[in-house]
Design a protein around this ligand. Structure first.
Ligand code: CDP
Ligand code: CDP
Length: 217
C-alpha cells in the first residue's frame, strides 16, 4: 500500500504524511529532504546552484551515502529550501533521485512493513503513479507563509514575515509546473487524486479527513 502525498510548501503535507505513517505503522519518506540534502551539499561546497554539471556531480556523490544518518535540522533553513527548489529543476538531479524513492516502499516491505507514505511534489505523478491513494494538500499562500514563519521562529531561525512570503512565492513559481500536473486532466494521473485545502483546517482536522479517505479504500 502506497500513499502518495503532494502539495506546495507548508501546506501541511509533511506533518500529515508523518502522522499517517505512524498511525498505520507504515514507512515514511520525506522526499523534499533528498533535494534539500543535494542543496546543502551544493551550499557547503560553494557550488553555484546554476552550475548544472557541478550540481549533478554533488548529487551523484550524495547517492552513495543516502542511507547514512544526517542532521535534519541543517536542512530546514529557507536558504536550503530555496536552493533545493533550484537544483530540483535540473532533470538529471531528479533522475538520480528517482530510484531511491521508488525502491523505498519495496525496502519497507522487505522489512515486514506493509505500506509506505511518501510526500513531495511528484509522488502521485512520477514516483508512484500507481499509488492507490493520492492526496494533494494545498492552502492559500499567505496561510502557508504564516505557518512557515511560525515554524522558523520556533527553531530560532531569523526571518521576517514578508521575507518568508516572498520566499514562498518564489518557490511556488519554480515548483508550479510539477504542482499543476496533479490538477491536469486524468490522462496524467487518473481520477483518484483527493484535493484537501487546509487553509482553514487544524492539523487534527486534516489528519482525520485524510484517515477517512485512507480507511475507505
Ligand atoms: O517542506 P517544503 O514543502 O517547504 O519543502 P520540501 O518538500 O522540503 O522541498 C524542498 C524543495 O525540493 C521544493 O521546493 C521542490 O522544489 C523540491 N522537491 C521536488 O522538486 N520534488 C519533490 N518530490 C520534493 C521536493
Ligand atoms: O511539509 P509541508 O512543508 O507541506 O508542511 P508541514 O511541515 O507539514 O507544515 C508546516 C507547518 O504548518 C507546521 O508547523 C505545521 O504544524 C503547520 N500546520 C498548520 O498550522 N495547520 C495545518 N492544517 C497543517 C500544518
Amino acid at each position: 500500500m502506497i500513499i502518495a502525498i503532494d502539495g506546495p510548501a507548508a501546506s501541511g503535507k509533511g506533518s500529515l504524511a508523518r502522522r499517517l505513517a505512524e498511525h498505520l505503522n507504515y514507512g515514511f519518506l520525506d522526499t523534499g529532504s533528498l533535494y534539500r540534502r543535494v542543496a546543502l551539499a551544493v551550499l557547503e561546497q560553494n557550488i553555484d546552484p546554476k552550475d548544472t554539471n557541478a550540481v549533478i556531480e554533488a548529487a551523484q556523490n550524495l547517492i552513495a551515502v543516502l542511507d547514512q544518518p544526517y542532521d535534519d535540522s541543517a536542512l530546514r533553513s529557507d536558504n536550503v529550501g530555496q536552493t533545493a527548489s533550484i537544483v530540483a529543476q535540473i532533470q538529471e538531479v531528479r533522475d538520480l533521485l528517482i530510484q531511491y524513492q521508488r525502491d523505498f516502499p519495496l525496502q519497507a516491505l522487505q522489512k515486514g512493513i506493509k505500506g509506505a507514505v511518501l510526500d513531495g511534489r511528484d509522488i502521485g505523478t512520477v514516483i508512484c503513479p500507481e499509488a492507490p491513494i493520492k492526496l494533494f494538500i494545498t492552502a492559500e499562500v499567505e496561510k502557508r507563509a504564516q505557518r512557515r514563519h511560525k515554524e522558523l521562529q520556533s527553531r530560532d531561525i531569523q526571518a521576517t514575515k514578508p521575507e518568508v512570503l516572498a520566499e514562498m512565492l518564489e518557490r511556488d513559481a519554480r515548483d508550479q509546473k510539477r504542482l499543476d500536473e496533479h490538477l491536469a486532466p486524468p490522462r496524467v494521473i487518473g481520477h483518484d487524486v483527493h484535493i484537501i485545502d487546509t487553509s482553514d483546517m487544524t492539523p487534527d482536522e486534516v489528519f482525520n479527513h485524510a484517515l477517512k479517505i485512507v480507511t475507505s479504500h
